[in-house]
Design a protein around this ligand. Sequence first.
Ligand code: GLU
Length: 421
Amino acid sequence: MNKSIYSGPVFEMATKQFERVADHLQILEMDRDRLLYPKRAIAVSCPIHRDDGRTEVYQGYRVQHHLTLGPTKGGTRFAPSVDIGEVAALAIWMSWKCALAGLPYGGAKGGITVDPYSLSPRELQALSRRYMQEMIPFVGPHTDVMAPDMGTNEQIMAWFMDTYSMYQGQTINEIVTGKPISTGGTLGRREATGRGVAYLVGRALEHLGIAAGNATAIVQGFGNVGSVTAYSLAERGVKIVGVSDHTAAYYDPAGLDVGELQRHIAERGRFSGFSAQSLIDPSELLVRTCDVLVPAAIEQVITGDNASQLKCRILAEGANGPTTPEADSILDQRGGEIFVLPDILCNSGGVIVSYFEWVQDLQRLFWEEAEVFDRLHRILERSFQQTIARARRDRISHRMAAMAIGVSVVQSAKRTRGLFP
Ligand code: GLU
């Protein structure tokens, strides 16, 4: 039974995943709600002046899942589909992700229900600043630290930081991560998620005895995560045979030129019009043959309908929540056929380097890029090893293993701190 204000397919998915893990960990019924339900949710109306003189109001949200380990941490999404249920699910996933990586954070997520491409640059700035302004009473460097997500970028993080700082009367870089370097950002944050995905794919290929130079990959989504993943995989010798964004999907078994794709995006802002020859139906992209399939777009794209048709050896989840619990059951039935790098492991490079950015901002001491990636790889390596060891020990899927580790960290901290008052 849903005992909260949160609803919708994505929240139901996060709940179902949690129930499965809670059953596996034999968490008592009475402890489950305390672990699952978010501590706080903030809903705000954000009015702005449109360029044509009208006033328009956009709905914004921020969900802070738990405060047991430190401040909450997570991205801000600008997309038409954003609602409180989706934001809550994404916040919950952030908690398990941070705990698996050993970061001193609970999970959070925020968002505005808006198509950011429908706004002019001035309108986008006005909306970003108004959203942060409405959130000021509820966030802080030791309370809740925002970051980018779908539909937001470094520039928006700089506006968030500036708005918060102007109200505090001093520059507070550590309020937000994923900022440009010029405003207290860290080297490596922009590439961190995609490079982390590529690092873990490299480890999975090694594990399966496949040489990167013989491997092929399909990447769904070409935003920050998808594009950097494609680029980093290509750098490792992997042949990119399929890509897509929200406007078009391309597949060519002979390989696509990632540099050309990036140039096309830089010029046109979208994939459509790239190549008539390799154009395919977007729904087919995920079920084409490849060694590495990287969903790096939105939630719930691998479902009960297509999971049995996947023809990859490795499923590397760059997006949050791309695989539904129904699809998980099918992948489980397929045994070890597909090596899954679950989202909370696979895309954790982003929040790990966000953590490094926050630490550097707090200390006013900035690192070399080599230090950022060296530390990132060490954390990813530990999480990777722990996940596959736990899966083997308990005879469970990698997702269950990764979540079991994350949930146990939060559960144990809650138990040790006790219930106040
Ligand atoms: N939005 C990213 C995620 O889903 C990054 C969050 C962060 O850096 O705090 O993991």
